[in-house]
Design a protein around this ligand. Sequence first.
Ligand SMILES: C[S@@+](CC[C@H](N)C(=O)[O-])C[C@H]1O[C@@H](n2cnc3c(N)ncnc32)[C@H](O)[C@@H]1O
Length: 210
Amino acid sequence: MSRAKDALQTYQKYYIDRDYEQLDLFQLLKSEFGISSVIYPGSFVHVSPSFVFQTVTYIDSDKNAKLFFQEEQVQALIQHRKQYKEAPSVTFYGADYSKIHSELIDSCDLLISQYAGFISEACKAYLNIDGLLLVNNSHADAGLAALDKDYKLIATVHRDKGKYRISYSALEAYFVPKGKTSITRESLHGLGRGVGYTKTAPLYIFRRVS
Ligand SMILES: C[S@@+](CC[C@H](N)C(=O)[O-])C[C@H]1O[C@@H](n2cnc3c(N)ncnc32)[C@H](O)[C@@H]1O
């Protein structure tokens, strides 16, 4: 990805064409929880959080993600689509997210983990106490957070007819394994993918409680 056009085409292909910008979800999270600072490890080029949140740090080791975030046209895209008055603050680390950057410790209100491994564990230190983890279970990260005493499940996220909504009900019904399978941190790390639960949601919201 060496030209600006390629960068914008990549965003178009992966996020706009697939209806996966998640803008209304980020808007909901902002209005419901008053989030101001976000860290998105394993973001690839999913830059739409910056359309909603002023301060976002992205971390990804992919070389195309690095090139993407260097493009002036990407900064222009954020400037054009942002929904807040202030100047955007966008930081990109072209790095392995499991290598902790001390300046990011206790620095965010929202940590995003989607399709990119065990971020709830590797990047927990970045999340303020009382901050939120938005996570799916594709790579078993939601299951891992459910076993972690530092996190408490506070809501689930659903999508009906293309619109996201947050639910606070029947939380105790989630993360109940199917059958008699015993699920542990070690077994999830070993598998690296989500296991079967009796009730599931597309995304989960956990609060960091300790
Ligand atoms: C499948 S993509 C998901 C991208 C984005 N989260 C989304 O939902 O569209 C996974 C991304 O995570 C990144 N990734 C996986 N493990 C990583 C690590 N240890 N450090 C940094 N980036 C990582 C990959 O480079 C890739 O861009």
